[in-house]
Design a protein around this ligand. Structure first.
Ligand code: AMP
Length: 211
């Protein structure tokens, strides 16, 4: 299956994508991870996109599309996380899939209030060793270093100013895509303010993996 996990930062897209990967065997393509990997490499491209990432601004469409495209036909099934984020990217995705005679099967939109999201994001920590994310209150990093050695750091774009900026961009540019996918009859919305397990249950139902 080709699934888009959609929603604002902090709604739990990464967590639910991980569960979907376990359940379906699909690949997880997270454009934010692709961006951070490129920055970590210190490549010329990485240097160019770091400023956007750190400020919580979108990387220009042509760059992110070129970075994402090669991953789309590398796998039979995928969970796309963090892409598309605006109309131009949604169109580019449709065109890229048409070229390989494929289409998106389901778009799962996670929904939560801005207040909840700001709280979640400011407590988020990411392991430098594994890339896995934790939350200082709800899902603290393990103390046993065999499980995950860390260190557990705050992302450069998880400052309050960058979080606010990212949410604003989400509402303005990304959220309207829900209508686009609703019109295609492939959108399922899930209340992401519930506990992780409840959200997972609804996500699995949305992709027919709830038996
Ligand atoms: P994320 O981990 O999805 O919050 O992404 C982190 C950062 O990567 C974003 O704030 C953007 O700077 C960049 N990024 C990730 N995905 C996209 C996208 N689809 N379009 C533009 N920029 C993106």
């Amino acid at each position: 299956m080709r699934i888009i996990i959609f929603g604002p930062q902090g709604a739990g897209k990464g967590t639910q994508a991980g569960k979907l990967v376990e359940e379906t065997g699909a690949a997880h393509i997270a454009t934010g991870d692709l961006v951070r990997e490129e920055i970590k490499k210190g490549s010329e491209l990485g240097e160019k996109i770091q400023e956007y990432n750190d400020k919580g601004e979108l990387v220009p469409d042509e760059i992110i599309i070129e970075m994402t495209k090669p991953h789309l036909d590398k796998h039979d099934g995928w969970i796309l996380d963090g892409f598309p984020r605006n109309q131009a990217q949604a169109k580019a995705l449709d065109e890229a899939l048409e070229e390989i005679d494929e289409k998106v099967d389901r778009v799962i939109a996670l929904e939560a209030s801005d207040e909840d999201l700001v709280k979640r994001l400011s407590g988020r920590r990411q392991s430098e060793a594994t890339g896995k994310t934790y939350h200082i209150e709800h899902d603290p990093p393990p103390e046993d270093s065999d499980e995950d050695a860390g260190p557990f750091v705050q992302r450069d774009d998880d400052t309050e100013e960058a979080i606010r900026k990212r949410l604003e961009t989400y509402h303005e540019e990304t959220e309207p895509l829900k209508d686009y996918y609703e019109e295609q009859g492939i959108l399922v919305t899930v209340d992401a303010s519930q506990g992780i397990d409840e959200v997972t249950k609804e996500v699995m139902k949305a992709v027919g993996e709830d038996k």
